[in-house]
Design a protein around this ligand. Structure first.
Ligand SMILES: NC(=O)c1ccc[n+]([C@@H]2O[C@H](COP(=O)([O-])OP(=O)(O)OC[C@H]3O[C@@H](n4cnc5c(N)ncnc54)[C@H](O)[C@@H]3O)[C@@H](O)[C@H]2O)c1
Ligand SMILES: Nc1ncnc2c1ncn2[C@@H]1O[C@H](COP(=O)(O)OP(=O)(O)OP(=O)(O)O)[C@@H](O)[C@H]1O
Length: 556
């Protein structure tokens, strides 16, 4: 019997047929209704006719009753009942699986959070140890913890006394970036003679002293909760000792870079008496041109590279946004201040003009200068096959975003997303972007996310081509831990990429955990965070560019 006919039969009998419950073969086993030729009453509609014939002498309501009485013994009911039971069982299993996944998500998110806290605590302990080992540091800083110092933050006036102690006026670099290298590295190309310069950070409004404190955000006085005037304004960096080592990073294969780079190195060395450090490739390029550049330093192995942040006072990038991303990726922990010169096409994070490098670098080296603290995301892939915590992969830090997409697969990505221990949603589409606010003007913007000022403490959750009309992007607070899981029943694999690089395949069962990293990228501002941000969206994207209407329009 055809499905349609079965449905007709059901509806004529006042029943809803739930599924194609039986086959002609099953019907043929029906003892009373099966004709000798093996077909019910010799037709496909044998069952209907059997019911009809047994009911022919009865009224229509009697015939329906008879049909109901007859049905429990037929395969329709029993097979449907099995199917109903089966689908209910499947629903229960699905629910149980979802609960297990949520439990696992919560446990893994919690584990990641504890790991992050542990890393922070470890960094703090290391810092205390270094402070103990370093008697000639700023005496005021030596007495306090980072928290003490944060609590003491006041606005710093750029023109205030140079000899003033940093303890009461900002975060001192001895506290923030004071984790000195365990031992100096001595080799021909990487002979670090200089001590890292110390500096302090202060919060103010374009350098004006206005007495606001960073911790005065909410007041609980007299039981009333009031928001104090915003205090986390423009951040200033003021050197306490002269910066001595500049790390120059350039985009490869650029004639513009090749023209400016040797000039800049010479100027830094001769006019500013500053050590210059570059990537090994660049040192070779410089030396190939002129042996004068023999004084330029580099590193020899990964161990040296890991200690870069302890030696470098300032990072200078020559290139586009990609070079800033590259520079950030070289620092797996704290990052020195970055001065980015624009030698690319867009330059959202590269506010400085390369033609004016002498003036700009001169001002930065002298200080103070405004910085934007750009948050980074710490991303960790957790493999389903990993047997324990030790098998997890190294975390990757991103300045723009981590993208989970369908890669070369032609199937929809299917991703389950959790925020701390709460289920957020399932992404069915091309993928998902988890972005920092700095990355909000990059891929996330192209996928329909909002542009967010880089100083806003947030994480962006932006789907890529979702196959659902109602999936709008989200902006979440910076303190959450996100977890993206490729479910076991996903049709294909997913791929994660980090600032557009390092693609990693995620198999069903694998997960990616993201939280805000404790090491932001401090980028020097040309003017200040807000002016630079607005300039970049106006000039880079021509945001809301429209010809003004003429005054002589129709009367109102
Ligand atoms: N559809 C898209 O818009 C798309 C697709 C893939 C990657 N990307 C972006 O490219 C980035 C990698 O940059 P790249 O230079 O190494 O690759 P790239 O050379 O392919 O350049 C990508 C473009 O994105 C711009 N860009 C990078 N970071 C930006 C930011 N924070 N704000 C505004 N624009 C930004 C760059 O200036 C460049 O024009 C990724 O992090 C991702 O955000 C965008
Ligand atoms: N020092 C470096 N070593 C290796 N790769 C680098 C380095 N600096 C930049 N890159 C890579 O080179 C690519 C291009 O760099 P970048 O975006 O700075 O230049 P651009 O493409 O000319 O600028 P824009 O994107 O603004 O047009 C990026 O993918 C970046 O990751």
């Amino acid at each position: 019997m055809e499905k349609k006919e079965r449905r007709n039969l059901g509806s004529r009998l006042g029943l809803s047929v739930i599924s194609p419950a039986f086959s002609p073969e099953e019907l043929m086993q029906e003892p009373s209704s099966v004709a000798a030729n093996g077909s019910p009453n010799g037709t496909e509609n044998g069952r209907l006719e059997t019911i009809g014939s047994s009911a022919s002498t009865l009224s229509s309501s009697d015939s329906i009753k008879a049909a109901y009485a007859y049905l429990p013994q037929t395969p329709i009911r029993s097979t449907d009942a099995h199917l109903i039971e089966f689908s209910e069982a499947m629903r229960t299993v699905a629910k149980a699986l979802r609960r297990v996944a949520e439990g696992k998500a919560a446990a893994q998110a919690e584990a990641a959070e504890w790991k992050r806290k542990y890393e922070l605590e470890k960094a703090r302990n290391l810092q205390h140890k270094n402070e103990e080992l370093e008697p000639e540091g700023c005496p005021c800083c030596m007495n306090g913890t980072l928290e003490d110092s944060l609590n003491k933050l006041t606005v710093h006036d750029a023109s205030s006394d140079q000899n003033e102690c940093c303890g009461n006026h900002g975060i001192c670099s001895h506290q923030v970036l004071g984790d000195e290298a365990p031992a100096p590295i001595v080799n021909s190309a990487y002979k670090m003679v200089a001590r890292k310069a110390s500096f302090r950070l202060s919060w103010g409004c374009n350098g004006e002293k206005n007495g606001q404190h960073k911790h005065d955000v909410v007041s609980f006085e007299k039981g009333d909760i009031t928001t104090a005037s915003r205090s986390n304004k423009q951040i200033l960096l003021k050197w306490e000792t002269q910066p001595q080592t500049v790390f120059i990073i350039t985009k490869p294969n650029s004639s513009e870079v090749r023209a400016i780079m040797p000039e800049m190195v010479r100027w830094l060395n001769e006019h500013q008496k500053i050590n210059v450090l570059v990537e090994p490739r660049l040192r070779e390029e410089l030396l190939a041109d002129d042996s004068y550049f023999d004084f330029v330093q580099t590193w020899e192995d990964d161990d040296d590279k890991k200690l870069l942040h302890t030696k470098v006072d300032l990072v200078v990038t020559l290139g586009g946004d990609g070079t800033v991303l590259w520079a950030a990726s070289l620092f797996k922990g704290p990052v020195p201040p970055v001065v980015a010169f624009a030698l690319g096409s867009l330059g959202f994070m590269t506010p400085f003009h390369s033609e004016q490098y002498r003036e700009s670098l001169g001002n930065i080296i002298k200080g103070p200068f405004s910085i934007t603290l750009r948050n980074r995301l710490q991303c960790q892939v957790i493999r389903d096959a990993a047997k324990d915590e030790l098998e997890t992969e190294e975390p990757i830090l991103v300045l723009n975003e981590v993208t989970i997409d369908r890669g070369i697969s032609s199937y929809l990505t299917y991703l389950e997303c959790y925020c701390d221990s709460s289920f957020v949603t399932c992404v069915q589409g091309d993928g998902l972007i988890i972005s920092t606010t700095s990355g909000s003007t990059a891929y996330s913007l192209a996928a329909g996310g909002s542009m967010v000022h880089p100083q806003v403490p947030a994480i962006l959750f932006t789907p890529i081509c979702p196959h659902s009309l109602s999936f709008r992007p989200l902006i979440l607070p910076e303190y959450v831990t996100l977890r993206v899981q490729v479910p076991y029943n996903s049709r294909g694999q997913a791929w994660a990429s980090f600032d557009g690089k390092d693609r990693k395949q995620l198999a069903p069962g694998d997960a990616l955990i993201c939280s805000m990293a404790p090491w932001p990228v401090p980028t020097a501002c040309l003017v200040d965070s807000t002016t630079d941000f607005l300039r970049s969206i106006h000039e880079g994207l021509h945001w809301n560019l429209r010809k003004s209407q003429s005054f002589d329009g129709p009367p109102a």
